[in-house]
Design a protein around this ligand. Structure first.
Ligand code: FAD
Length: 353
């Protein structure tokens, strides 16, 4: 079945919803196609104890503040899911759940958006598919010989799944720190945390609020041709949310440098030392989920699509929203995506008028 919609948003996570909010305000016709069967984007799949790295009011999409979660400064993922479901209702966002887009193609003046359940003809497309569906695992020797379990951040749920086991957590970012802390605080799991360089905790009083300001300042400096301020990375990598701080301060985080290979029974470092492991959890990041855009043949270096702001440089009818700083400062965060979505929708409105 073929439908027509001036604008098609692909992906119904926070980025797609922020786009929807601004499309409504601009009075443009649109539909949001989302592969998931329920609203909430990737927040539906995160581990039980996850803490956002900013308080609720600093984790809000445009138009509606996220309410505080009773008893917690840093909300959990379930709270975000509830907020997003409520947000879609409040702004009456036309979301079609269970609609996976397979391909976007050029067709004269239009773009054809081909999904499992039908095809949409659109004059502009905003792609907001996130990166959760593309976990990245580094090519570390021995990965195929290790006989234990290998998981990625996307597979981790709770410490009870590892009781009495030896677990190596890999990665010095927020996911690695929070998962290592979660396991260590449980007390029934042997945890080694392997990071390429010593973990860099942000000062305890700094959280996502400051990170957003720093990312914005960096973007402005670069856009104005000034020196790179170093952005968020210059401050540190890990927000010391309460469980991370507790595990760190109690000396429970056993940190080692990154191992050089996996063996059948565990991991080995360059100095020959070894640690047995029942499981390795790779907290090693994500790549943008862009395979549906392959027919447009837009990919540049490192698998990314070159953009000016959010607009694809070689396809002005296509915008990319929410994948990371390359599509707008802090645009892969709740608070950051609103501004980028506003700018993207303004450009779409200009194009359509
Ligand atoms: P997603 O939430 O992944 O949503 C994308 C949607 O697109 C999904 O619903 C998916 O089903 C759908 N989709 C994908 N492919 C298709 C397709 N082909 N067709 C149709 N639909 C499709 N940010 C913060 O602001 N604060 C935090 O504390 C914070 N903590 C984080 C902790 C972790 C562990 C991670 C991984 C990220 C965290 N982030 C945080 C970053 C960021 O907010 C999330 O990555 C966010 O979920 C990105 O939103 P999104 O809408 O771009 O993508």
């Amino acid at each position: 079945m073929t439908h027509t919609s001036p604008v098609v948003v692909i992906g119904g996570g926070q980025a797609g919803f922020a786009a929807g909010y601004h499309l409504r305000r601009q009075g443009l016709g649109f539909v949001i196609l989302d592969a998931a069967t329920a609203p909430g984007g990737s927040w539906q799949h995160m581990w039980d104890s996850l803490h956002l790295f900013s308080p609720a009011e600093h984790s809000s999409l445009p138009g509606r503040l996220m309410p505080a979660q009773p008893g917690r400064t840093y909300p959990g993922a379930g709270h975000v899911v509830g907020y997003l479901a409520d947000y879609a209702k409040r702004y009456d966002l036309p979301v079609r759940q269970g609609t996976r887009v397979r391909a976007v193609r050029r067709h004269g003046d239009e773009l054809l958006v081909e999904a499992d359940t039908g095809t949409w003809r659109a004059r502009a497309v905003i792609s907001a598919t996130g990166s959760w569906s593309r976990p990245f695992l580094p090519a570390v020797p021995g990965r195929s010989v290790f006989t234990g379990r290998q998981l990625h951040t996307v597979d981790y749920r709770r410490p009870a799944d590892f009781t009495e086991q030896r677990v190596v957590v890999v990665g010095g970012g927020n996911s690695g720190a929070q998962i290592a802390a979660d396991l260590a605080l449980d007390g029934r799991v042997g945890v080694t945390w392997a990071t390429r360089r010593p973990p860099r905790f942000l000062p305890d009083h700094i959280d996502g609020r400051a990170l957003f300001d720093v990312a914005t300042a960096r973007r402005r400096a670069l856009d104005a041709g000034r020196d790179d301020t170093g952005g968020v990375a210059s401050l540190g990598d890990i927000v010391a949310v309460p469980p991370v701080r507790a595990a760190r301060d109690a000396g429970l985080l056993q940190v080692r440098t990154m191992f050089s290979r996996l063996t059948a029974a565990g991991v080995r470092w360059t100095d020959g030392s070894e640690a047995g492991a029942d499981a390795v959890i790779w907290c090693t990041g994500f790549r943008p989920a862009l395979s549906h855009l392959a027919p447009l043949d837009l990919r540049g270096p490192r698998g990314r699509i070159p953009t000016d702001g959010t607009r694809a440089r070689h396809e002005p009818r296509l915008h990319l929203l929410g994948y990371g700083d390359w599509t707008g400062p802090a645009s892969a965060t709740l608070i950051g995506v609103g501004r980028t979505a506003r700018d993207a929708v303004r450009e779409v409105a200009d194009l359509l008028r």
